[in-house]
Ligand binder design. Structure first.
Ligand code: DGY
Length: 331
């Protein structure tokens, strides 16, 4: 019998490839160190039974229509806005993601951005590298304190809550906005649940941890930025389109808010040209989960999910479990 074929859309940690090889599958990895175009992805994935892909791959209706015999899609990411789940379910293709394993890495990076923004670290470093550091200065690169300030968390799921827990060490008060109460976060940090509008008005640092859905698209636009304190900073490690980037650039340029730290962008990898010109925004190339340990855990989790799908078993982190119900009825 011919081996099951699997395609991996980008080089991932070897441990994950080993998981798939151990199933007896023939594994092909994208040989280029870049994102494949939609047409290239179709060509590479057609005829394969399994696909391990990334948040940079668009898994939409037209991609799925071009597949034949695809039995599972394992996404190496927790956010799955790049996958048309309804279309995958309609074609009885299970899809999985990688929740939990990247929580701490992303929470750490949100704090790295918050500290870098509050204390103007990249700006100060650029100044030094340009040879402009002549002497300690009483007014040199003054930033904002953390102790006694308020951290506002929009979205208190796994990652948002992990960001909140870290706030106690820095002496910040925590408020959060979420459709659901997070009793554990409240117990551990004394956090209070408020409306988004109250969160924006009452926070010194606002950090975003919501999934990208039609409801959260441009959750932060001109009106919301206008509600924030003029001294406040906005941190985004969730998904770029949650923030209206043009409105943010205007707010930063006009001093409507003090700063921003962004790991994600509206049209990645493109960054709004106005943001690139501003000194009061820290910009990172979507590295929230980029640690050796976390990326290895994510890749292995994705591979284990895919291996289960190929065996015809229910993947542990399936995000469209209705597929299994439908498959049960068909067989
Ligand atoms: C995710 O998994 O959604 C993260 O953005 C990856 O860094």
């Amino acid at each position: 019998m011919a081996p099951t074929k699997v395609f991996i859309s980008r080089r991932v940690p070897e441990d994950a490839i080993a998981v798939l090889r151990r199933t007896g599958a023939s594994v092909t990895v994208n040989p280029h160190d870049r994102v494949l175009s939609p047409a290239e992805l179709v060509r590479a994935a057609r005829g394969k039974s399994g696909l391990l892909c990334l948040l940079t791959d668009t898994i939409d209706r037209s991609f799925l229509d071009a597949m034949d015999g695809l039995r599972g899609i394992a996404l190496m990411a927790v956010g799955f806005n790049n996958v048309d789940l309804a279309a995958a379910s309609a074609r009885l293709i299970p899809v999985s993601n990688t929740p939990g394993v990247l929580t701490d890495a992303v929470a750490d990076l949100a704090w790295a951005l918050l500290l870098a923004t509050a204390r103007r670290i990249p700006e100060a470093e650029r100044f030094l590298r340009r040879g402009r550091f002549r002497a300690w200065g009483p007014m040199l690169f003054l930033g904002g304190d953390l102790r006694g300030k308020t951290l506002g968390i929009a979205g208190a799921g796994r990652i948002g809550a992990a960001v909140g827990r870290r706030a106690t060490g820095f002496g910040l008060k925590v408020i959060y906005a979420d459709g659901k109460r997070n009793a554990d976060l409240e117990k551990e940090t004394g956090a209070r649940r408020v409306s988004l509008s109250a969160l924006l008005a009452g926070s010194d640092y606002v950090t975003l941890h919501v999934p990208l859905t039609p409801k959260t698209l441009h959750l932060i636009g001109p009106r919301e930025l206008g509600r924030m304190k003029q001294s406040a900073c906005l941190i985004n490690t969730s998904r770029g389109p949650v923030v209206d980037e043009a409105a943010l650039a205007r707010a930063l340029r006009d001093g409507r808010i003090a700063g921003a730290g962004l790991d994600v962008f509206e049209n990645e990898p493109r960054v709004h040209p106005e943001l690139l010109k501003l000194p009061n925004v820290v910009l990172l190339p979507h590295i929230g989960s980029a640690t050796v340990e976390t990326r290895t855990r994510m890749a292995v989790m994705a591979a284990e999910n895919l291996a289960a799908m190929l065996r015809g078993e229910r993947a542990k982190n399936c995000i469209n479990p209705e597929v299994y119900e439908k498959l049960r009825k068909v067989t």
